[in-house]
Design a protein around this ligand. Structure first.
Ligand code: C5P
Length: 236
């Protein structure tokens, strides 16, 4: 089923398959922070992020957001539609945290009056720098129409996820999305939605249940990821 490796990122590998319109994604336990300066393995992370993404993407699909996801194949693998990743990462923020708080001097935890959509250039070499839509358009990374669609879909993802997590006792502080284009030009949600790519705070205690536990040396990283899998898959 898996043919040659097409791409290796920090957390996943992507393989070609006999069907040119499908890839297999394999989730790794590798964790990096601060643009790869801090590296470690988080035991069980690959399986958990695969399971969380494989749970959420079909729900998003049903909510009207096209995704690359086709099926979960194994603990670490999923079958996805082959896409060309648009090199514009989208960050959606509901509450100030992380680089937004640092950049603007806004205390972490400050609610935002409306969601903030930010774009970054997907480049490990440059550390995913913040850009704006003019930059992406003028450098040919996306068209104006692509960005309008990406923004629309990103806010739709937010509108689905915020109440979904709230019902499971989790505040969705912010998250990062990636989009790709299929062979016929459709823009679909790609990559993953997991504690690696979202900030999750326990609604009752404020405890962090995401990769900030690793980035900030808070301990309990594996437990937080396992707790998020439990909550994401729990019926309410
Ligand atoms: O660090 P920053 O505050 O910009 O991160 C915003 C959100 O995007 C966080 O949920 C973080 O986990 C996610 N993110 C990501 N990949 C990056 C940068 C940020 O998943 N390269």
């Amino acid at each position: 089923m898996k043919l040659e490796q097409r791409y290796e990122g920090k957390a996943k590998r992507v393989y070609a398959t006999p069907n040119p319109q499908e890839y297999v994604v394999e989730y790794k336990d590798d964790a990096t922070a601060f643009n790869g300066v801090k590296k470690a393995q988080i035991m069980g992370k690959g399986e958990i992020n695969n399971a969380i993404t494989a749970h959420l993407f079909p729900l998003l699909e049903r909510a009207g957001i096209p995704t690359h996801f086709l099926e979960k194949l194994s603990d670490r693998e999923q079958r996805v539609r082959a896409v060309q990743i648009i090199p514009v990462e989208v960050i959606v923020r509901n509450v100030a945290a992380g680089s937004f708080s640092r950049r603007l001097g806004i205390e972490e935890g400050t609610p935002l009056a409306r969601p903030v959509v930010e774009y970054c250039y997907k480049s490990d070499a440059l550390g995913d720098p913040l850009i704006n839509s003019d930059t992406a358009i003028s450098l040919g990374w996306a068209t104006e129409e692509d960005l309008a669609r990406i923004r629309e879909l990103s806010l739709k993802v937010r509108d689905f996820l915020v109440p979904y997590f709230a019902a499971r006792g989790v505040r969705l502080i912010d998250f990062k999305l990636e989009f790709g284009k299929t062979h016929d030009g459709q823009i679909v949600l790609a990559d993953e939605i997991s504690p690696d790519t979202c900030r999750f705070w326990d609604a009752a205690t404020g405890e962090k249940l995401d990769k900030d536990r690793f980035r900030r040396d808070l301990g309990g990283v594996e437990d937080a990821y396992a707790e998020m899998l439990r909550r994401v898959t729990s019926e309410v």
